[in-house]
Design a protein around this ligand. Sequence first.
Ligand SMILES: Cc1cc2nc3c(=O)[nH]c(=O)nc-3n(C[C@H](O)[C@H](O)[C@H](O)COP(=O)(O)OP(=O)(O)OC[C@H]3O[C@@H](n4cnc5c(N)ncnc54)[C@H](O)[C@@H]3O)c2cc1C
Length: 443
Amino acid sequence: MTLREKSHVHVIGAGVAGLAAAVRLSQEGHPISLYEAAPRAGGRCRSYHDPQLDCVIDNGNHLMMSGNHAVIRYLESIGAADRLVGPPHADFPFIDVATNERWSLRPGAGRIPWWIFSASRRVPQTAPWNYLSALRILNAGASETVADCVGTESPLYRRFWEPLTVAALNTDPRNASAQLMQPVLTETFLRGSHACRPLVARRSLADTLIDPAIEALAASGADIRYGTRVKAFAYANDVVCGLEVDGETIRLAPTDIVVLAAPPWIAETLIPGLKVPPPGDPIVNVHYRLPNANANGDTVRIVGVIGGTAQWVFARDNLVSVTISAATDLVDKSADDIARACWHDVAAALDLEGAEAPSRVVKERRATFAQCPEALALRPKTATKYANLLLAGDWTATGVPATIEGAVRSGFQAAALASRGHGTAASLSSTYSAPKQIEATCR
Ligand SMILES: Cc1cc2nc3c(=O)[nH]c(=O)nc-3n(C[C@H](O)[C@H](O)[C@H](O)COP(=O)(O)OP(=O)(O)OC[C@H]3O[C@@H](n4cnc5c(N)ncnc54)[C@H](O)[C@@H]3O)c2cc1C
């Protein structure tokens, strides 16, 4: 068999990136083995039953946008295109809890942002010309931060650039790469309202993004192994020839391909010399179980919060979830203190009265890589020095932030290279330094 025929593909990591690669390749007829260290799939995008709240919660709210075309294609491929919900129009309600002021950001249709000329659609206390700062971001140099481009003193910074950057890049705008904000603007806000409708999973992340993929893979006969941590690769002649898992070495056939879709801190332990971007800030989520529903059935309310502890509030049925990104200053506080501080903002955002609802605080310390200018050059390409080894993951060089959209794109890119047989080792990553073979005993 040549690499152009349907190679057996070993996908390591059942997060969104690994699943996107595995689903696409299995639909092309490739035999798939999927290795996941955790007892379930999903990685940083997972759901589980919380005994304290007695309901299913996500590790964190995941906001997607209608312009996330790879996410949409991925969901279509797993029969879950109807499992994202959001408002019918691009509408972002905000509250400033310091002043109790409310407004809605409502981008208009079309690529020319005429909506900035409407006081009722733009951020209060801003003028249309303030939005020209977007041009500075679109023309930013590699070393510039968002704050370098837009300044930090204006109401537009506090009420638009800061919440948008923190949400999209999980990084304070004073450290966040301006270049990484470019696709956020060009693929959503600057394409018009049809591309910037906020979307979230209808019931849970697992129900929308993970379980349908696992079902599709299982139906195609994929070999899915949970609780299986790949501990090392065996290399010979610049190919991976074996996978070391608990107590076993899985020998690979010469035509087999490996897609490594594990996080960067794992990838660098498996591939000698691989340079990866450093970890970024934590993300903290708080889930409250209300006595009564605040949003009906399959609908969701999303409110941005300025001037509080909470940043975004999501209400679905009787579950209210709060997201705080770039949460370095918060993450070491006690769960009780975090829940109490956020409840104040939730009550204001949703007009709730009464005692604080029971809650669960979820702290994700390694939520994304550090999305600062210096880190971007460390995002490796999909192809590696090893002819049959490809990388996927939100931290690879997708050109977009570390998001579900980025993870899916990375998986699709790995699948595209794998289905072309990945070719030769010519596509050496620029961030690669000379690898040492950890084992060369496959033959
Ligand atoms: C709290 C939080 C909130 C977020 N909010 C948003 C949001 O609003 N919008 C958005 O688009 N994105 C958001 N993100 C980012 C999004 O979750 C990630 O970009 C995406 O899930 C990354 O997927 P991935 O497959 O690249 O990596 P991962 O999800 O990390 O998947 C890697 C998988 O590899 C497995 N693994 C690791 N080592 C091994 C090994 N040795 N062998 C086998 N398996 C291994 C892991 O268990 C994991 O399942 C958020 C992330 C967090 C944590």
